[in-house]
Design a protein around this ligand. Structure first.
Ligand code: UD1
Ligand code: UDP
Length: 373
């Protein structure tokens, strides 16, 4: 029997690993599965664990208010040493590009334990954007023994860095999670009613909604000021649009957002949404303004145009499919692109098509099959 240790710490890792965790759990004779959360996020992580019914076996509980990269890296690495010593897994599984994912891979390597990297091979080509994720992902790629690339492009990125063996193109588990989440909502009438009545407070079926999220470190300061000033102008220009913004808990995000946008009557600054609420809103909104990696991947499946408030992205497939567009963090550009999508029906229709460049919902199955053999 193979001992598998999942290591994760933030909201997006939890979302993308949840379907994979449950897929492994289908084979109790083949795998002993344990979960270690660093809890680099706390509330935002617990929301996801709760929704997908995952109870961690180990919890490092490391989140601190406004933590630095040094804090997360050092506390996480030290905490993981103990967990790995105790469980002695055959394979450690990490996802994506967070500091938890990097320290999880590094800790496993220090103990000469095999590392499986989920969502391997994404590259922006700019070491400071996303920061520090681009470098985290590169480092994990060079440590990992199994590389689960979501797309052919990701595989090629690895190939170009000399990583040629044990690379499988399997899609992205984000789509498995999305389908699973939508199914749970569809089958649970109470939950669906709760979600609908929650959002009834903000908008009715005839109203158009812009969903906004943002949290990237490289945009702290001027970038966020610009984003908020653009949103303010959009709200003032289009009184009939509703802007719903679940604000990330990072204080570097909350300060400018509250200062610039609080009090505008068609802007709703709300707490981070539980995943089923977020995907419901995503499926009903008119368009999305975001810097989120996960949302860039989910939105095309739901046929929603995404304006990506970053200068570069490692999710090129959505841009190529023309469902997403890079708009940077300059106020005038964000404003111009939003106005186009609101006023130009043809341009809107061009972007509002349901395509699935990131997966088909079967990625977890493929990964488990590969690790089983
Ligand atoms: C982290 C990841 C980023 C990922 C993002 C997803 C790193 C360096 N960053 O960024 O790659 O895209 O998560 O959201 O790995 N906070 C809370 N409660 C929470 C979560 C965060 O209060 O549940 C606040 C805390 O003050 C915390 C701060 O947010 O110190 C920053 O959290 P951190 O995980 O360091 O950075 P994120 O910006 O969330
Ligand atoms: N998400 C959520 N609630 C929110 C905002 C986002 O559940 O209020 C989900 C979203 O659907 C996606 C993931 O969180 O699956 C993205 O997380 P985030 O943007 O924090 O991180 P990133 O993907 O950029 O690393």
């Amino acid at each position: 029997m193979k001992k598998i240790l999942f290591i994760f710490g933030t909201r997006p890792e939890a979302i993308k690993l949840a379907p994979l965790y449950w897929e492994f759990k289908k084979y109790p004779n083949d795998f002993l599965v344990k979960v270690c959360v660093t809890a680099q996020h706390r509330h935002m992580l617990d929301q996801v664990l709760n929704f997908f019914g995952i109870k961690p076996d180990y919890d490092l509980d490391l989140m601190r208010e406004n933590q630095s990269l040094f804090d997360i890296t050092s506390y996480s690495l030290k905490g993981l040493e103990k967990v790995i010593n105790e469980f002695s897994p055959h394979i450690v599984l990490v996802q994506g590009d967070t500091t938890t994912a990097f320290t999880g891979a590094l800790a496993a390597f220090y103990k000469k334990i095999k590392v499986a990297h989920i969502e391997a091979g994404l590259r922006s080509g700019d070491k400071y954007s996303p920061y520090p994720e681009e470098i985290n992902r590169i480092l994990i790629g060079h440590i990992a023994d199994y590389h689960f690339a979501p797309t052919e492009r990701a595989k090629l990125n690895l190939y170009n860095e000399g990583i040629k063996d044990n690379v499988w193109v399997v899609g992205n588990t984000v789509i498995d999670a999305l389908f699973l989440g939508l199914k749970i909502v569809e089958e649970n009438r109470d939950l669906k009613n709760k979600i609908e009545s929650y959002f009834n407070y903000f908008f009715d079926a005839s109203e158009k909604v812009i969903l906004v999220t943002g949290h990237r470190r490289e945009s702290f300061g001027e970038g966020f000021e610009n984003i908020c000033n653009a949103l303010k102008e959009i709200a003032e220009l289009y009184h009939d649009m509703k802007i719903i913004y679940p604000v990330h808990l990072n204080p570097n995000v909350r300060e400018p957002v509250q200062r610039i946008l609080n009090g505008l009557k068609n802007v709703f600054l709300i707490e981070p949404l539980e995943y089923p609420y977020l995907i419901w809103l995503m499926s009903k909104c008119y368009m999305i303004l975001t810097d989120s990696g996960g949302i860039q991947e989910e939105a095309p499946s739901l046929g929603k145009p995404v304006l990506v408030m970053r200068d570069v992205t490692e999710r090129i497939e959505g841009i190529e499919a023309e469902t997403a567009k890079l708009v940077g963090t300059k106020k005038e550009n964000i404003l111009k692109e939003v106005c186009t999508l609101i006023e130009n029906h043809k341009e809107y229709q061009k972007m509002a098509k349901a395509v699935n460049p990131y997966g088909d919902g079967q990625t977890s199955k493929r990964i488990v099959e590969i690790i089983k053999t």
